[in-house]
Each structure stands twice: as structure tokens, then as C-alpha cells.
Design a binder for this molecule. Sequence first.
Ligand SMILES: Nc1ncnc2c1ncn2[C@@H]1O[C@H](COP(=O)(O)OP(=O)(O)OP(=O)(O)O)[C@@H](O)[C@H]1O
Length: 797
Amino acid sequence: MDEPKMISPKPPRKNVLKTISGVVFLALGIILLISFVSYIFHGHNDQSQLADFWSREVVAENVLGKLGAYLGELFIYHGVGITAVFLPIFFILLGIKILFKFKQIKPFKLLYNCLFFLIWTPIFLGFVSKIGILHGVMGFEINDYMNTFIGKIGMGILLGMSLILYMVINWRITPEKLASSVQRKSKGLDEDDENLEPEIKTEKQTEASISEIPKPKKITPDPIEELSLDNLNPKTELIITDFPEEKKTISPSNELIIENISTKDEDDLELTVEKIKQEDTVEKISANLVEKHGEYDPTLDLPGFKFPPLDLLRKYDSGENVTINQQELERNKNRIIETLANYGIGISQIKATIGPTVTLYEIVPEAGVRISKIKNLEDDIALSLSALGIRIIAPIPGKGTIGIEVPNSHPTMVSMRSVIASQKFQTAKMELPIAFGKTISNETFVADLAKMPHLLMAGATGQGKSVGLNAIITSLLYKKHPSELKFVMVDPKKVELTLYSKIERHYLAKLPDSDDAIITDNKKVINTLNSLCIEMDDRYELLKNAYVRNLKEYNEKFKQRKLNPENGHRYLPYIVLIVDEFADLIMTAGKEVEMPIARLAQLARAVGIHLIIATQRPSVNVITGTIKANFPARVAFRVTSKIDSRTILDSSGADQLIGKGDMLFTTGNELVRLQCAFVDTPEVDEITEYIGSQKGYPDAFLLPEYVGEDGGSAMDIDLNDRDSLFDDAARIVVMSQQGSASLLQRKLKLGYNRAGRLIDQLEAAGIVGPFEGSKARQVLIMDDMSLEQLLNNLNQN
Ligand SMILES: Nc1ncnc2c1ncn2[C@@H]1O[C@H](COP(=O)(O)OP(=O)(O)OP(=O)(O)O)[C@@H](O)[C@H]1O
């Protein structure tokens, strides 16, 4: 079919006629409207002039002169009163409709409504008033006539009833209509559709081709707009010929021609369904799972677990609040001013901030004083104040003042209870919040271990290291559920961390073959560190497969059930490695320890493994360059020499601390002086007892097995005591030519340990090669035949 023929442009003459009629209606409407409105105001005066209508001397006040006055008189006074304005309104709307193809204007509906009100309104106005201009002669006469027959009340009833009837007819308020009104409304139907229906049927019945359609005009844009397939008889077969898109659009000059519509819905429906199925991706499945089971909650492993209550921590009556000793303040202030004055340094301002252990005197020197001069006077000021542990901060970063920290003669104890109870700690939105203690301005200091990401702690013996470690562990125990956090504790001193063995089944991680979770044997430390490296590599593999960059995102995804546990995915708890007395380790194990520590420090941050390393001797052969470079966060308790202070902090200051938990903390930028919170051994004992007495996991969190170079070799394995899955594992390994434990884990749905044991047995049987670090082992059997032969031999033995 020739497409251009489908769209039949209207003859131009017809268009011109249409335009003319539109203009005429519009003009007529405007003339009548102006005449009527003007008549309402001037009609009274103009009435007398109309007698001499043709006389040129006679002038009417109506805006449209005598014609306007006449029209007003005719339609309003002798006609229907002010209701006559409906007439020009009708003409104007009709004109607009014809000229501008206004879809909203429906001429028949408009005419019908206008006619009703042109009759009803004057009668009603005649009924309620006696003002001639309101109801006109018609309104008055009809009222008068009817009154004689049915009386005033009857007239009222008649008017009311006719209005109700109008509404009923207009809005189709019939019982059936009422019942289906909601449905009909939603389909957007109205009465015009009914006019349309027979026309469509006509088209259908003729089944004429486009070119043969005699009256394409019949289907105008208006009804088509309202055409809904629901409205069509289901049996009606209509086919819309496939017009090019732009020709299908309805424009004033083009008509849409419907040839036939075929409702081949079934095919379309199938296609749609398939599309939905395609979208049934991980997102959808996980959403369904979350809807069904809720988000994965790791804490449900131990649903009844209760965090230790605050009461387990001691209250120290002596010094919860910082006491201000006015005399001491005055004395120190005067001595500072005097000492500086002796060296010709004037002070323009001095301010004191009282902390738990030290008071910070902030001074603003007079103009022209060199800062280095004050810095050099450190010892002199200390001498004149006869106090140890004076530290001069010149200048205080970001403040433009010089700080002199002077120890208080009666320091205040910062209890663990006070920092744990603080609002700052309780509301901390951190992954691994640590309440270290209080700052110089007596504020609780909370830092996030996850952000540090590893911490190096140093301090001479007896200065508060162990208390500091306990404070860190306590903070984490008060905030993290056992399912979210695991500690690997290394304690060469054998006594410091033993208290925590009570929480082994809750918070501790250990090697599968070890009895104690707290590692005291240096040999085992090496294995544990290497095992942590394997755990780190495994975690990176999991993160890679889950397309996430860090542990937080991974766990988030796992909670939303977007990661399938059958593919080896699991909720990953944070792992905090704590090494008390690192110097001892380095002395005995040296490089063997340094390498995995450095590797973990460099890489483990993203996979949620964090290191806290404490040492008494912060000498350069203990804290080597590699270690230092990877531990940006440092805590220094009092050390004995400036050199040690420089080793740990890269600046002096730690040598001027006063001990007993007085510490400096840095994350690479500025130093913060803190008083470490004090938590005593009995308190730790109570906390671990409280946790330990609750239901825990069956065992400690098991780290991946690590077989050291000289550890259990493949030769130690007894091949007569093979795993029941040995044959299957061998076939998988040979088939995929890949000797990795994680492959067996996935394929055979095993835990890491069993998969690791299987790999060792495969190595002993000569199926895979030896361990090659993080690389998969080499597979020594190339084909199934050789493998089956080997398995047969093994089974016969
Ligand atoms: N934050 C603190 N507040 C008050 N006193 C403290 C604080 N920290 C430590 N002390 C005091 O210092 C003593 C020694 O502390 P701690 O055992 O922590 O030292 P250390 O550095 O671990 O010593 P070592 O290395 O010999 O084990 C504690 O018994 C306690 O009396």
C-alpha cells in the first residue's frame, strides 16, 4: 500500500470555510457578550432610545451602541435575563474550538449544557426574585403561568427536581452507573465514546483498505484520545497499519486512519514476561531473601549475648572530677612569668587549661620574641617550677600561642568507667571505637582503630602500656559483638593477657591445632602471623569476587544477602592482632616475624585485620623502618631517652611525660597529650568472667592452617588414613588442573581446614606439588587415566 495515500490531507477549501466559521462564531460571541454586559449596566437608560432605533440623533449608552442595546433588550429583557450570557460564551468557545482545535471543548456537550441552563436559570431566577433583568420576560412568564397550575411550592419542587434530573442525566448517576462508576472513571470514559463506538464499528464492518475509506474524517483526534482498548468489544478486530511514527501522530491537518486492529496480545505478553525474568538478578533474589528472612544478622549466632554492664568497671571516688588548686595555678603562673622575664621575655597574655594530669599554660609572648628562645628555656622553666615532665609546645598548632604543660601536684585518675560511660564513646559511630582516656581539656578521647589502621605502642616498663592495652581491649569488648570482632593475642611475657583466655570461645581466634588461644610461644607466633596472611589473602579473594573494596562494604553486601555462602562467602569479623612485647619477638624470631607483620601492616587494612603492637624498647632494631612506615598511629608512654621518643614519635616529648598512663598519641600529624584511662586487673577479670560465662561458640575462631617450611611436611601424612573425599578431591584437582584449597572448598562445600588437609594428602600422594606461597600448587597428574590408576593403587594398598 502506498503510504502517503494513507494520510489524506483535507481539501484547503474546507479548511478556509472552517476558519471563516470559527471567526464568525468568535466575533458573534464577543459582540453579544459585550452587548449583554454593557446592557446590564446601561440597559435601563437605553430602553427608551430603542423606540427611535433608526434615528441618528438618538444615541445609546451601550458600548456597542444601539445594536448592543437592542440585542441586550431582546435577549436579556425580553428573553432569558442575565442568563443570556451563556449564549455568547457558547459562541466564543465554539469559535475557539473550530479555530484552534481545542480538544477539551466538546461542542455537543457544551450546547446541551447551555440549553439547559438557558431555560432553567431564568425560571429559577424568576422564582426567587422579581428583578426583571435577572430573569427576563421568559423567566417571569413561565413562573407566572406555572404558578397558577402548581403553586409556588410545586414550582420549587419542579425546579429542584429538574436540576437533580439534569445532574443525574449529565453524570449518569443511575444505580448501575453508581456501581461501575469507579471502574469507568479509571478507564477515562465519557459519553462521547459512545458516539465513537458505532463509527469504529462501521470502519470494522467495511474492512476497507485505507485508500478506500470513504470518510476518514469520522475518527477525529478527540475521540481517539479517549479511545481505550477496554472499551472495545473483545471480538472486534482492528488493525492499525504500521505507519511511520511521525505519520501516526494526530495533527490538525492529518487524520489517523485506522484500518484494522489485531489484538495479538499473547505474543507480546510472553515477551514481557521473559524480560521480567531477565531482571530477576542477584538484586531481585537478594531482595526477596531479605523480604523473607530479613537482613542477615551476624549477632544471631549468639542471640542471647549480653554486653558487659558498666557496673563491672570501678568508680574511683578520689578523682572523677578534676580539682582546681587555685594556689598552685597562681604559683605556677607567677613562676613562668618570672622565669621568662629573667631571660627578657615579656608575656602579653596567659591562660590555663586544667587537665587530669597536667595543666596547660598557654602564653602569648610580646611582639618580637623568638619562639626558639622560649623552646630553649624548657629546662630552666622546669627548674624554676621544680617539676618533672614539663613540655613546651611552641607554637601550639593552629592556635598561635605557646603551650607549657606543667604536671599537677595531685593528678586525677581517669577511670575506664568514666570514658566508657561518656556520651562521646556511647554514641561513637565508628567501626572499632577506642576510648583512650581524656585530653588536656578533660574531654574523652575516642579514636577509630579501623581508621588508624594499625597502632604502635611504646613506653618504658611500668609506665602504663599494659593498662593501655587493657583499655583498648575493654573499649572494644563494650562495643563489639563476638560475631563482629576477633582478637589474636600474642603475649611473650605469658602473664599480661592470660586473663582473656576466658573469652576464647567468644572473641579469640587461634590456629586450628593449638590448644591455647593466647599465643606465648614464639614459634607459634610465626605460624599465626603467616596464617593471618593466608586469611588476608583469602579475604581479598572474597572481596574481589564480591566486587567490593573493603570489609565494611563486603559485610554490608553479605547482610543484604547478595553474596551466596555456597560460593565460600561468609560474614567477616574484624581481626585485631595484639602483640605485647614486640621487642622480645624480634629478638628471637627476627625477620621471620618482621616480614609477615610488614605484609599485614601494608595490606590488611582493607580486609579488616588491624595490628596493635606494644614494646618496651622502642629502639631502631625493634621498630625498624618497614614497621614504622606502616604504623602511622603511635602511642608513646613515658620513655627514658629522647632517642627512644624520636624512634617512636619522630619527635621528642615522650621522655618528658610523667608516667602512670600519661601518654602522647599521634596518627601522623599533631601530637595529642592524653591521660590513659585506668582499668585494673580485677576489672578486666570481671569483664572476661561476665562474657566467658555466657554461651559462646563451640570453639575459638579458627584461622587458616599454616604449615611452615619445617613444620609438618607432606611426608608426615599417613596415606592410609585418607579423607573420605580424597578421591573426589583428586578428580576435581586433576580435571581443573588447579591445586588450590579454595577450589576444593567451593566444589566440595568444605571448610578451609578440611580442604587444606585434603591438599596436603594430595601432595603426599604425589598428585599436587609443594606449597608455593599464595600461588596455587602445581598439579602433577595430567590426565584422568593416570589418576584412576594411581587411585586404584592407593585403594589396593
Ligand atoms: N592510666 C593510668 N592511670 C593511673 N595509673 C596508671 C595508669 N597506667 C598505669 N598506671 C600505673 O602504672 C602501673 C604500671 O602500669 P603497667 O603495668 O601498665 O605498666 P607497663 O608499661 O605495662 O609495664 P611493663 O612493661 O613492665 O609491663 C600500674 O600498676 C598503675 O599503678
